[in-house]
Design a binder for this molecule. Structure first.
Ligand SMILES: Cc1cc2nc3c(=O)[nH]c(=O)nc-3n(C[C@H](O)[C@H](O)[C@H](O)COP(=O)(O)OP(=O)(O)OC[C@H]3O[C@@H](n4cnc5c(N)ncnc54)[C@H](O)[C@@H]3O)c2cc1C
Length: 817
């Protein structure tokens, strides 16, 4: 079979991800697909995977993707006639200490929130299920009955056969060597066997995805790491249906295979694969190849595994597998379209759970590539979560190795990474440090999370309960509610949108009306074709043809790409990222006007500078772009200061605010303040799965205006029928409960949803959470008010009150249309 001259889709890579994507493109979309594999199918990372298949993740959407994989592996052989080796053995996770046990209790609640069955069982029950296991050090275990194991190569061959049955053409021994580009668009894929013109490319090249992406100008931040496991000879007494085991406190995992065990682990000192090729490229001829056994490095796992399964001490090791797999800096895989190329989608960086993800990842990636829009909220895996920082190979490597090393460590709430820091700092970094700042990092930016009191150590002490910052953050919170505080939010992403068609373009892209006169600012969502919220940002109109957009630090590449890729055809408009040009100081609190008035000759009165307006003002001799807006629900200004002047402006504000007790305030207080006032966070409370109507933001959708905008049709449909879910606030009576998000919401004892975010409100003195209450037939006020509510927190039921309005709003400022 020779290569065709043209195909609508070219999928690069014949591992599990490429085959699954080709299968779904062909089966679900009847698309014309060509898959190109440089060696043979499965010859990359797929053939040597251990084959454990777990499903539960902290994101509901990713859990759904993994559940889909299991459903597909169960029945694929009926369709293709090729078995996948799927065995629903269940998975045991072992807890050896109380913190781990708390983590599992929270996981069990998350599982219930996501509609999965997970049991917490005693050491004796573990022993009964898995008699060869030593359980004397166990506190207990979680058991997820629908997890299992499968044969990676068999699944992949079955998917490939299915793809062919639906019309896809698969070519082995064809290597992609480049792309023919027209601007930012690929028009043809170049190979060592010729050229294939195409409309869309899907890069599923595994650990080669970075170098394949680079051929089209995109960055796929991943790092190959060596991962080892052993396969033992048969172990007498080991059941063929033994549950897979994850023993995170001993950093190891187990799976039954042909009567013996597969055993591997995640060590704290992982080994990156330095290929020796320029740029760290992976050799093209790395097919069905492994590294030499490294028992010295593996010994740490063996010692732990023998303590768990003593039979391992005497059983023979049949084989050791030491293979490379691509890992990412945050432990999540990578899907979607990169900003730099109009028609290359990526599915790579599977962090040693590509077999578990393969079926579902291929499903959503195919949908995404066909429709140009993710079919559900896939933000945590979206390639647009990365930024320019991720072009730094050394940084990616350091952070990736840290993430690998943490694979099995206890996930303490609010835990920060420590590698590659500090990386990007605002000019205020040293000043904030002098105030006792404890920094967190977001997209490489160091941002103050909280400030330690003089004489106390400025560092996080992680625990499963209240952490050491709880008190100081409360003080910061109260300062902002009662007087004035100053936040360094310089990491905010900022763009200027200019040109004769800027108004028309933004009017189409934004759900709210941004066509108000210069000097006004508008809070708006950007909607996808399903009416779901793709972005949540502030648009300030500076002039007839000039807009200033401010959005969250982490959404920099995503929001810009969404705006640029939805500009109306032929529109004369430019989108410039000006993030580094301006530092942002948010001066917030009832006394903020008094402070600002002292350092600015401009009129700060409400009449001269009303809410939801933008003005250029002078502060401490510098021209500053001031936005009267708030995320804490108090009087305040975001001051966007030319970056070189931010030190002067900060010092002047701090001096002017001495009498008011002004202090710098961090992001953890911001979170508490916003929760109390009902300001929503994109990525958790509002996502591409949620419409503004369901989130209580229907007032910000310009349905009454007779203009077309992105998501209008879907918004009309959603707003015209009963809402199947509605975002509500919850507060518990018990004050010592720790809410983190994903706690189950019970109405009259029945699950109706889960918290999308949770925390503590220091003014109301209560734990607070937000979450969608769901009901197929519709959720109305009466339904909400008539229920009795509880939250399930780490498997325990806690009485809660529902709130349809912000929990604290006596006289605060809110953005309304
Ligand atoms: C030791 C080990 C154990 C593991 N255990 C598990 C497990 O228990 N459970 C689990 O879920 N996951 C596990 N994994 C992870 C799993 O193997 C991977 O996540 C998965 O195989 C990734 O699939 P892929 O399709 O992305 O990559 P690959 O299988 O590597 O496929 C990519 C393909 O692209 C091809 N390609 C690259 N460049 C080109 C080019 N220029 N032209 C054409 N073709 C090209 C390659 O030849 C390759 O075949 C394990 C990994 C390792 C290393």
């Amino acid at each position: 079979m020779s290569l065709p001259a043209h195909a609508r889709f070219v999928v690069i890579g014949g591992g599990i991800i490429g085959c699954s994507t080709a299968y779904h493109l062909a089966r679900d979309h009847k698309a014309e697909v060509v898959l190109l594999e440089q060696g043979q199918l499965t010859s990359g990372s797929t053939w040597h995977a251990a084959g454990l298949v777990g499903q539960l993740r902290s994101s509901a959407s990713i859990t759904k993707v993994l559940k889909y994989s299991v459903d597909l592996y169960k029945r694929l052989d009926e369709e293709t006639g090729l078995a996948t080796g799927w065995k629903m053995t269940g998975c045991l996770r072992l807890a050896c200490n109380q913190d781990r046990w708390t983590e599992f209790r929270r996981l069990a609640t998350t599982a219930r929130s996501f509609g999965m069955e997970m049991h917490l069982i005693s050491p004796a029950e573990v022993k009964a299920m898995w008699p060869l296991m030593e359980v004397s050090d166990l506190v207990g275990a979680s058991y997820l009955p629908s997890d299992g194991q499968a044969s990676p190569s068999d699944i992949t061959q079955s998917l490939a056969k299915g793809a062919r049955m639906h019309g896809a053409r698969i070519f082995e021994n064809v290597r992609v060597t480049g792309f023919e580009m027209k601007g930012e668009r690929i028009v043809a894929v170049l190979t060592d066997q010729g050229r294939v013109a195409c409309e869309t490319v899907v890069n599923c090249a595994g650990q080669w995805a970075r170098q394949v992406g680079a051929l089209a100008g995109i960055e796929v931040p991943l790092q190959s790491v060596k991962h080892q496991y052993i396969v033992t000879e048969p172990i007498p007494g080991l059941s063929r249906d033994a549950a897979t085991i994850r023993d995170p406190d001993r950093r190891t995992y187990f799976k039954e295979e042909v009567g013996g065990l597969v055993m591997g682990g995640y060590e704290p000192d992982p080994q990156a694969w330095d290929t020796g090729l320029p740029g760290g490229d992976v050799p093209a001829d790395w097919q069905f190849r492994l590294f030499d056994d490294d028992f010295d490095h593996f010994e740490q796992h063996l010692a732990q595994a023998i303590a768990r399964v003593p039979a391992l001490e005497t059983v023979g090791v049949k084989q050791m597998i030491n293979g490379p797999e691509s890992f990412t800096p945050d432990g999540n895989f990578i899907l979607g379209r990169a900003a730099e190329c109009a028609n290359m989608y990526v599915g790579a960086g599977f962090n040693a759970f590509g077999i578990a993800s393969g079926g579902g990842a291929g499903w959503v990636l195919a949908e995404w590539a066909v429709r140009g829009e993710a079919p559900l909220d896939l933000w945590v895996v979206d390639i647009l979560r990365f930024s320019g920082l991720h072009r730094d190979r050394q940084w990616v490597k350091d952070r990736t190795l840290e993430a690998y090393g943490k694979h099995y460590t206890i996930a303490f709430p609010h835990e920060e990474y420590s590698s590659g820091r500090p990386r990007i700092v605002s000019p205020l970094y040293e000043r904030l440090q002098a105030h006792g700042a404890v920094f967190g990092s977001k997209l490489g930016w160091e941002r103050p999370n909280w400030f330690a009191a003089p004489g106390t150590e400025p560092r996080d002490v992680y625990s499963m309960g209240r952490q050491n910052w709880f008190g100081p953050v409360g003080d910061e919170h109260r300062l902002v509610r009662e007087a004035v505080g100053i936040f360094d939010q310089s990491s905010f992403a900022k763009y200027e949108v200019t040109g004769p068609d800027a108004e028309r373009a933004l009017d189409f892209i934004c759900a709210n009306d941004v066509t108000r006169p210069p000097g006004r600012l508008t809070y708006t969502q950007l909607l996808n074709s399903r009416g779901g919220i793709e972005a949540d940002l502030t648009v300030a109109r500076l002039a007839e043809d000039r807009f200033y957009i401010v959005t969250g630090t982490g959404f920099r590449a995503h929001d810009r790409s969404w705006i640029e890729s939805h500009l109306p055809n032929g529109a004369q408009v430019a989108v410039d990222d000006v993030t580094e040009a301006y530092g942002t100081l948010s001066l917030m609190g009832p006394r903020s006007r008094d402070v600002l008035a002292q350092v600015s000759p401009d009129d700060m009165s409400n009449a001269a500078f009303p809410f939801a307006h933008v003005r250029e003002i002078d502060v401490a001799g510098h021209r500053v772009r001031a936005l009267r807006v708030t995320y804490v629900g108090e009087l305040g200004w975001e001051l966007h200061v030319p970056i070189d002047a931010i030190g002067d402006v900060f010092d002047a504000l701090m001096d002017a605010g001495t009498k008011e007790g002004i202090r710098p305030v961090g992001y953890r207080a911001l979170e508490s303040l916003r929760l109390e006032k009902g300001y929503l966070a994109w990525g958790s409370d509002i996502t591409p799965n949620d419409s503004p109507f369901e989130a209580g933001l229907g007032w910000a959708v310009k349905l009454r205006r007779n203009s077309d905008f992105m998501g209008r049709t879907a918004s009309e449909t959603i707003s015209a029928r009963p809402l199947a879910k509605r975002l509500c606030g919850f507060a518990t009576e018990a004050r010592d409960v720790v809410l983190l998000g994903r706690e189950t919401i019970l109405r009259n004892g029945e699950p109706v949803g889960y918290l999308t975010s949770g925390g503590y409100g220091y003014t109301v003195g209560r734990p607070i959470g937000y979450g969608y209450v769901r009901r197929e037939e519709g959720v109305d006020e009466a339904f909400l008010r008539e229920g009795e509510y509880e939250l399930v927190v780490a498997t325990e039921r806690v009485p809660a009150h529902i709130h349809m309005a912000p929990l604290y709003d006596p006289k605060g400022e809110r953005i309304r249309a």
